[in-house]
Design a binder for this molecule. Structure first.
Ligand code: GSH
Length: 212
């Protein structure tokens, strides 16, 4: 039985739960409430020395970091795949690049905007809000260009798309319409929202998390 240590609002845990749902894998969810410091408990640090969720335990295998967990799941449970097949090295690299880009240049920026917007209006830094909004808009423009003529970012639906999903889903509440004036992103969002793995995703709430 797979066990997933996760905190539901964590966008990285959400990436893993999308993959588990895509592959129809059942699992036990062990909640680690990072707002209560549960990720710093010794028993959790023994699983992940970084003290971060998500962590996946599959029998004797312990894997942490959402990207590595999702690659492990794709290796161990290949059907349906969430990475382009091994023969398509270039597409596989493209999928990994987009996942990495989403993790580093989209998810944290949206997270910082969530944190800023969660403050009372008088306490917000308007320049920071503007800078973060511009940075998110720039990513959406880039993704819009990269989606030209394609349904998904790297061939079929893959980790390239999954990387963006958690924070794409909260943009509207932050006053950013991902698809406005970006028809490729608009169609992509519609296709993403048709997937049961994304419709059933728990924990998509505006909750600022430290560093993400
Ligand atoms: N690169 C990691 C990032 C995981 C991460 O930052 N998790 C956050 C919650 S969303 C966490 O556990 N933060 C606690 C901390 O860093 O102390 C991944 O993809 O899994």
């Amino acid at each position: 039985m797979i066990k997933l240590y996760d905190f539901l609002p964590c966008p990285f845990g959400q990436k893993v739960r999308i993959v588990l749902a895509e592959k129809s894998l059942s699992y036990e969810l062990a909640q680690v409430d990072i707002t209560k410091g549960e990720h710093r408990r010794p028993e959790f640090l023994r699983l992940n020395p970084y003290g971060r969720v998500p962590v996946l335990v599959d029998e004797d295998t312990v894997v942490y970091d959402s990207t590595i967990i999702n690659e492990y799941l794709d290796d161990e449970y290949p059907d349906p795949p969430v990475l382009p097949r091994i023969e398509f090295s270039s597409l596989r690299a493209r999928a990994r690049l987009f996942e990495d880009f989403a993790d580093n240049s989209f998810t944290p920026q949206v997270g910082q905007l969530m944190a800023e917007m969660a403050k009372a209006e008088a306490e917000r830094d308007p320049n920071r809000v503007q800078r973060l909004r511009q940075s998110v808009e720039r990513v959406l423009e880039y993704v819009n260009r990269e989606l030209q003529g394609q349904h998904f970012l790297a061939g079929d639906f893959s980790v390239a798309d999954i990387g963006f999903v958690p924070r794409l889903l909260v943009l509207k509440e932050l006053g950013i319409e991902p698809g406005a004036g970006r028809s490729n992103v608009d169609g992509w969002m519609k296709r993403l929202l048709e997937r049961p793995s994304i419709q059933g995703l728990e924990g998509v709430v505006i909750q600022p998390l430290a560093g993400v």
